[in-house]
Design a protein around this ligand. Structure first.
Ligand code: NDP
Length: 293
């Protein structure tokens, strides 16, 4: 499939670019070509890329992902996470192309312990979640007859960029003990699995736009950050003890949801995408990091 991807060096964008060799033609647009903090000007660049590359679908893997910094930079977060996806969705609809938007567990307030259904009430706790939710609404509102999907995921990790796994590896090599939050529970998700999921969804939408909607996709089993950290230390053979702490002992500018569990059943039923085992994904990421330190 020919795919236009917004984002180039991000975790998911990098994994999407890697699928180029697997029968797909993928053109990634980085911020140097389309700066989504200026959505209107960026859409001109996207239009040119659509004309030149002639994709069969568009995937938006670009976002403002700095959750705490979003509290201080609300306007830029809104431009990237709300205005840009809405404009991209309209552009894809005009061009008759399916559109896939990646979103987040942070659209929920994290109450309770049950996994959130795709139609559960949203109530973001911070600017990041609020702007991502506006982006979702813009994508759904474009009502793209060629098909659209919002894929909510959580706790993304990979061998590149900044993420929890890389932070734990660095700190675990420096210290004997780390204090890690144990009362936030969710599904760590390998970026590689999200990239494949986006392509499968784009292919399905191209064949059947009636599958449009909001979907969930996160790694299995659900776990806490502390248990995730412990597994990282075990797999990386780092001698670092993980002490469990409550979120209240680790204050951050943005409040995180305590319950990030996502009910992913419709994603498996509609697209045949089972939740990826994050422990196996972690093993692959560690192998990749060993090969390219
Ligand atoms: P990263 O933070 O790794 O990458 C961000 C991407 O956004 C990069 O490709 C970057 O472009 C692009 N970007 C940032 N600023 C601009 C800009 N001004 N103009 C154009 N592009 C810009 O993101 P992830 O891969 O981790 O996230 C992918 C998706 O998953 C996002 O929608 C995110 O909200 C969602 N998500 C992420 C989670 C996580 O834990 N990281 C959790 C849940 C959902 P460039 O390549 O040019 O640098």
């Amino acid at each position: 499939m020919r795919l236009l991807v917004l984002g180039r060096s991000g975790q998911v964008a990098t994994e999407l670019a890697r699928l180029s060799g697997e029968g797909h033609k993928i053109r990634c647009l980085g911020r140097d070509e389309a700066d989504l903090s200026q959505p209107e000007a960026a859409m001109e660049a996207v239009r040119r890329a659509l004309d030149a590359f002639r994709p069969e679908a568009v995937i938006n893997a670009a976002a403002w992902t700095a959750v705490d910094a979003a509290e201080a930079q609300k306007d830029t977060a809104r431009a990237l996470n709300a205005e840009a996806p809405s404009a991209l969705a309209r552009l894809a609809a005009e061009a008759g192309l399916p559109f896939v938007q990646i979103s987040t567990d942070y659209v929920f307030d994290g109450a309770g312990e049950a996994p959130f259904a795709t139609d559960a009430a949203t109530a973001p706790l911070g600017t990041y979640g609020r702007t991502k939710l506006s982006g979702e609404e813009g994508v759904a509102g474009a009502a793209n007859p060629a098909g659209w999907a919002v894929l909510r995921t959580s706790w993304v990790f990979s061998a590149h960029g900044t993420n929890f796994v890389k932070t734990m590896l660095r700190l675990g090599a420096e210290r004997d003990e780390l204090r890690v939050v144990a009362d936030q529970v969710g599904g760590p998700t390998p970026a590689a699995a999200i990239a494949r999921a986006c392509v499968t969804i784009a292919e399905t939408l191209a064949a059947d736009p009636g599958r449009s909607g909001i979907y969930h996709f996160s790694g299995v089993p659900d776990t806490s950050w502390a248990c995730f950290a412990r597994e990282i230390m075990v797999q990386a053979k780092l001698d670092c003890r993980i002490e469990e702490i409550p979120s209240t002992d680790y204050p951050t500018p943005a409040t995180r949801p305590l319950n990030s569990r996502l009910d992913c059943r419709s994603t498996e039923a509609v697209f045949g995408l089972a939740r990826p085992d994050w422990r196996a994904g972690l093993d692959r990421v560690l192998t990749e990091l060993e090969a390219t330190p």
